[in-house]
Every structure is written in C-alpha cells, then in structure tokens.
Ligand binder design. Structure first.
Ligand code: HEM
Length: 444
C-alpha cells in the first residue's frame, strides 16, 4: 500500500470515530440539556440513569420465589419502580435512548388511534428482531407499510381464517398422536413433556400449511389471478415477498408458542377451570374434531386464553418514535422522542382491573373484552388502531383448536420441574420452558 492509500484509510477511520463520538455526545447533550427539562416542565419525570435492560434480560436474575402472576416487578423491575414514584407516564431509557413510557389508556388511545400519523415503528424493536423480520410488514413504515398491509391483511380476514381450520386440525392431530405415543412408550400412565418446544414446532407446521398459500406457485397463481391483489404482488420485489413470509413465520411461531405455554400453566394450576373447559369441549365436539362452526362455541377456552394473555401478554411493549412535534393527551412530545406502551403494566393495573388484578379469573371476560376492565383499552394484547395485529383472528382460532384437542385427549398437571421465570426477550416467554405432566384420558 502506498503512502496516499494509507493516509486515505487513516482519514476515513478518523472520520468514522469522530462521527461516532459526536453522535454519542449529541444524543447525551440533547437528552441532558434539552429533552429532560422539556419533559420535567410538564411534570413528566423519570430515572436519572439508564438501566441495563440487556443485563436484566439475559443474565443473573433468579427465578420468581413462588408462582405469582404479579410479574411486573420481575420482568420490568425499573418500570414497577418508576410507576410507583413517577406515575403511569414517565421517562425511561432504552440503552442510551430516552423514551416516554405509558400505561395510561387515554394516552395510549391518542398514540395508537388519534395521533398515529405522528409516529412510526421504532428501531428499538429492530434491535431484537431485524434479522428475523427483515423488511416485512411488522417493521415497515409509510407508504411501504400501507402497500404491504393491503396485500397481506386480507389473507387473515375472518372468512379466510375459517378456511384454515382444517389445516390447523390436521397439524394438531399429528402432534396429539405423537404425545400419546410418547406417554405410552414410557410404560407409565403419565409423562412429563416440555410443551413450549412442541408448540414452537407445531406452529411452524401450521404456518407452513396456512401461509404458503401466499406464495404465487401452482394453484395459488390461479387463485391470485382472479384477485386484484395479485397485480400488486407481482410488482413487489422478490425480497419483500421473502420478508413477508419471514414475518408471518416468525410472528406465528414466536408469539403463539408462549401464549399456548402459559395457557398450559394456567390449566395445570387451576384444575377447576381445566375441568370446566374440558366439559365444554366434550359437549361441543362430542369426540369429533373442531369444525369452523364449533370455534365460536368454545367460550370457556376463549376466556381462559384472554385471561392468560392479560396476565402474560405475549407482546409486552409496543414501541414507536415521534416524527413530528405533537401532543399525547396534555403531554407535549417533541420530534425524535421514543414512546413505549407498557402492556404488562396496563394489564396489571389495580385501578383498572380491581383488587383481584393478579388472580387468574377468566370470568372477567364473560361479556367480552370491552367491559372486562374500567376502560375498554385496558386490555390490548393485539394492540389497537391501524397497526393492530393482522393475525388476531387466526391466533384465537388456532389456540382454541390446539387447547381443545389437548383437553379432549389429556389431563394436564404441573411438573415439579417447572420453574417460574417469565422473561422478556422481545416476546414474553417462560425462560425455562413449560414442562407439564400429560396423562392421556382413558375414556376417550
Ligand atoms: C398470541 C399471538 C399474537 C399476539 C399477542 C400478537 C400481538 C401483536 C401486536 C401487539 C402487534 C402490534 C405491534 C406494534 O404495533 O408494534 C402485532 C402486529 C402484527 N402481528 Fe401479531 N400477534 C400475534 C400473532 C400473530 C400471528 C399468528 C401473525 C401472523 C399471521 C401475526 C402477524 C402480525 C403482523 C404482520 C403485525 C404487524 C402489523 C402492522 O404493523 O401493520 N401476529 N401483533
């Protein structure tokens, strides 16, 4: 390498380092001398020091001492403290980035419904998932998002979802037969199994059977030809189609396995609810597989799933970043500030849910979700507004079918090896899996 090349490389390196240092200082300067006073003047206060979420998440934390559903102090200890000291709207940090964290329904309404145009998806979530979701709908913004949503969302409308019941039944039946053989092989009447791993595999299978209908091959081409959306799709670049499939695969198996796992925990912990749900399954299905018309009749399972999602929301934080100076309620939000909805805190707020907030009580959903708490937006596992989850109906249908199949064939007990340690790794998951004891029902 000649001298000029060496000098050029050194110059580029020096500029890169300078740029990194400057942007770091800028961020700090902005936070320390500009942003904090703006927020504090409005009465919004928060932690003076950034916590270390990476450390909290991955290392060194002991399991919960007992199986309690009061999980906020365990999964987000800083949030539990901040709510106590600063209230339901406070400042916090994501690494070095300041964020306003909210668990106040009226302000969440403004963020997700009234003022949604002033916010975009935050790169906060991309830290966790960019390599998985790539450029798909989950991360997209602006026109790119609108175009993708228009193409993908109709695939999950209720009639389309009903048409997927058979595929879910087939995949689930195979797994049930495998579980029965697994217990039989032990020569015992019951056997322990980590169902979390099983649910992940099952969901990959279900998503493959249902989602591959999106790929424009063979018969799908014929279907798509008669739809206007196909015209949109052929204009979408190949990498965007791949990104969409990755998104649907990832959301399918990342989000459903934890919900199903925690539901198994609830069934094991509350045998009275397990029995109630089983009686409903036996009555509605009468030994047959679930048909599309049966799905809406499984109301006890529906309540159990909702109460599980309340206590253990799969998506514990919803993150946005402000792109235009705006107001959320009475709070001025400057452009560039991150905003997070703390769904765990919202779902565990005593003022909204009452004194039994940390108890498992599916009956609170007997008249639906809107009246279960003191505010209709107190329950939001699938978010609200234009970016609400497109997979909601699909997830509810799939989970009902899987749980109905399990109850039809097995009794579920808690394993002595279960260790209670919900943890946020992006989704909220049981850190040590979900070992339960399965006992096939003899009379089935
Ligand atoms: C227990 C199951 C599930 C839960 C709790 C859940 C929850 C959520 C939440 C809270 C959001 C909003 C995120 C945000 O605004 O930042 C979301 C978005 C999304 N979900 Fe789900 N989800 C589930 C299952 C699924 C499934 C099975 C699919 C695939 C079909 C799916 C596909 C998506 C997509 C594509 C988005 C982005 C939508 C957009 O931004 O327009 N989800 N989900």
């Amino acid at each position: 390498m000649d001298v000029i090349s060496v000098l050029l490389v050194a110059l580029v390196l020096a500029f890169s380092v300078l740029w990194m240092v400057c942007s770091f200082l800028m961020r700090y300067y902005w936070v320390a001398s500009a942003l904090r006073p703006v927020m504090e003047k409005q009465g919004i206060r928060g932690s003076p020091n950034p916590p270390n979420p990476i450390f909290d998440v991955f290392y060194g934390k002991p399991d919960m001492k007992e199986i309690s559903h009061d999980i906020l102090p365990h999964v987000l200890p800083w949030a539990a403290q901040h709510i106590k000291f600063y209230g339901n709207v406070h400042l916090n940090w994501w690494l070095r980035e300041p964020r306003i964290v909210i668990s106040e329904p009226k302000i969440i309404w403004d963020l997700l419904m009234k003022k949604h145009k002033d916010f975009v998806k935050s790169h906060f979530i991309k830290v966790f998932s960019d390599d998985i979701f790539h450029k798909g709908l989950f991360h997209a913004n602006g026109e790119d998002w609108a175009r993708q949503r228009q193409i993908v969302a109709p695939r999950y409308y209720i009639d389309e979802v009903k048409a997927m019941v058979g595929a879910v039944n087939n995949a689930t039946s195979q797994v049930m037969a495998k579980w029965e053989a697994f217990v039989k092989d032990s020569g015992d009447v019951e056997r322990e199994l980590d169902v979390q791993v099983e649910f992940m595999n099952l969901n990959v299978d279900v998503v493959a059977r249902t989602t591959l209908g999106l790929i424009p091959f063979g018969i799908n081409v014929e279907r798509w030809k008669v739809r206007k959306q196909f015209n949109d799709l052929v204009h979408v670049r190949e990498d965007v189609i791949v990104a969409e499939l990755k998104t649907l695969y990832a959301t399918g198996f990342i989000s459903l396995a934890p919900l199903l796992s925690f539901t198994m925990l609830m069934l094991a912990l509350y045998p009275d609810w397990q029995e109630k749900a089983r009686q409903e399954v036996d009555q509605v299905l009468d030994g047959e597989v679930v048909s599309p018309k049966d799905v809406s009749k499984l109301t006890t399972i529906e309540m159990i799933l909702r109460e599980t999602l309340r206590l253990y929301p799969t998506m514990p934080l919803i993150a946005r970043v402000c792109i235009k100076d705006t107001m959320l309620g009475d709070v001025f939000i400057p452009k560039g500030l991150g905003v997070s909805v703390n769904v765990v805190a919202l779902h565990h707020d005593r003022d909204l849910w009452g004194d039994d907030v940390n108890e498992f009580n599916p009956s609170r959903f007997k008249n639906g979700t809107a009246t279960a708490a003191k505010h209709p937006m107190a329950f939001m596992p699938f978010a609200y507004g234009v970016r609400t989850c497109i997979g909601r109906a699909f997830s509810e249908m799939q989970c009902k079918i899987i749980i109905a199949n399990i109850l039809q064939r097995f009794e579920v007990k808690l394993s002595p090896n279960y260790r209670h340690h919900p943890v946020i790794t992006g989704p909220l998951i049981p850190k040590h899996g979900m070992p339960v004891i399965l006992k096939p029902r003899r009379n089935f």
